[in-house]
Design a protein around this ligand. Structure first.
Ligand SMILES: [Zn+2]
Length: 314
């Protein structure tokens, strides 16, 4: 069976695996990302690939990189959390390992892994939304990964949800991820705790007393104990999530949405509300099939599996 290697390069971790044609990881490695040095990142990738390739016939290597990847799938133009600027990652790594290499955006690689082998199996039109600190995305249309003209497509978190709204890390105001992500959940919880401390009594107790000390895990814990402010923060996030998904359905009409990322680990607290919000806002509702909103199935390995499979189809 033909094997490829997928490598998922994030701001803190490099995860790599040998993957077979059925999307199964045969062997796996995890390293810290030397984020400050592009040379050392390339060296780390080279090392894990060479280790994994020992005694195996490897066809190609797919890299899922946390950054903006150009349309030739070889250069990382910019990465918010790594020192990559116009980084020729494809050439560097293929010189180090002597194998064909393709570079993909990490969220695209994850989306492809989920669409092919995870929650989207059998669906030809899939939109993946990674709800973590921010919101990442990946789009599969007609069975192909959609990258856009310049490779910059599917940055779903930066649709403008609120004109003149909260400042986003990208420099714009009111981006969707400022209302529907893990950061948004914390922002909302802090705002409520500030304005109505009595309503957030348990949440503030768990967080140690100050609204500014509230973080995601505290909101989740307080919500599980029924704290009204924490539940309201989850409800707000879920409503905004549903709103954005209905916008995406207006444009892309997918068969299903797949939600992943850190916030999806507490999905029992918000997924039903997000589904209701989506269904209530969808244009043409009642006269069209409702796209399913599913949870991701592959967890942290989606990026490795997706990058490896995209390398196979290079
Ligand atoms: Zn933004």
């Amino acid at each position: 069976m033909a094997l490829t290697i997928g490598v998922d390069i994030g701001g803190t971790k490099v995860a790599a695996g040998v993957v077979d044609e059925d999307g199964r990881i045969v062997e796996h490695r995890l390293r810290r990302t030397p984020a400050e040095s592009p040379e050392r990142v390339a060296d780390t990738i080279g090392e894990v690939v060479r280790e994994l390739a020992v005694g195996r016939q490897i066809e190609a290597v797919g890299l899922g990189a946390a950054g903006f990847v150009d349309e030739t799938r070889s250069i990382v133009r910019f990465a918010p959390n790594l020192a990559w600027r116009e980084e020729p990652l494809q050439k560097k790594v293929s010189d180090l390992v002597g194998l064909p290499v393709v570079v993909e955006n990490d969220a695209n690689a994850m989306a492809w892994g989920e669409a092919r082998f995870g929650a989207g199996r059998g669906e030809s039109h899939v939109v993946c939304v990674t709800v973590g600190t921010g919101i990442g995305g990946g789009i599969v249309l007609d069975g192909s990964l959609y990258r856009g003209r310049w490779g910059m497509g599917a940055e779903l978190g930066h649709m403008q949800a609120v004109p003149g709204g909260r400042l986003c890390g990208c420099g714009n105001l009111g981006c969707w991820e400022q209302y529907a992500s893990g950061n948004a959940l914390v922002t909302e919880a802090r705002l409520i705790a500030q304005a109505e401390p009595a309503r957030a009594a348990r949440l503030l107790e768990i967080a140690g007393g100050a609204p500014g000390d509230i973080e995601g895990p505290e909101v989740t814990e307080a919500a599980r104990e029924g704290d009204p402010a924490a539940l309201a923060a989850f409800a707000s996030m879920a409503d905004w999530l549903g709103q954005g998904l209905s916008d995406l359905a207006s444009i892309l009409d997918p068969g299903c949405f797949i939600l992943g990322g850190g916030v999806s680990r507490a999905a029992d607290l918000w997924i039903d509300r997000a589904r209701e919000s989506f269904a209530a806002r969808l244009t043409g509702r009642g006269h069209r099939p409702l796209a399913e909103i599913r949870l991701a199935e592959l967890g942290a390995s989606a990026g490795v599996v997706g990058a490896a499979d995209l390398a196979r189809r290079r």
